[in-house]
Write a protein that binds this ligand. Structure first.
Ligand SMILES: [Zn+2]
Length: 67
């Protein structure tokens, strides 16, 4: 899985650890419209993703992964 390297102020040395991060996703919700959730790579497959946002250290909204 290759992603274009977006140079942010803080991300220069994080190439390896970034793989463990969650990302924010706008997903299709129920009555709530389109909630923005932090999800890991596994759990995001259970959602209909509307758009993909930035990486985050927030724990996964579904399984709680936060390593
Ligand atoms: Zn998860």
């Amino acid at each position: 899985m290759v992603e274009p390297c977006i140079i942010l102020n803080e991300s220069i040395v994080e190439d390896e650890s970034a793989k463990k991060m969650r990302k924010h996703y706008i997903v299709e919700g129920n009555n709530n419209g389109y909630p923005k959730l932090a999800l890991c790579d596994r759990c995001v497959q259970d959602y209909v993703v509307i758009s993909e946002g930035e990486r985050t250290y927030d724990e996964c909204a579904k399984c709680g992964e936060d390593d």
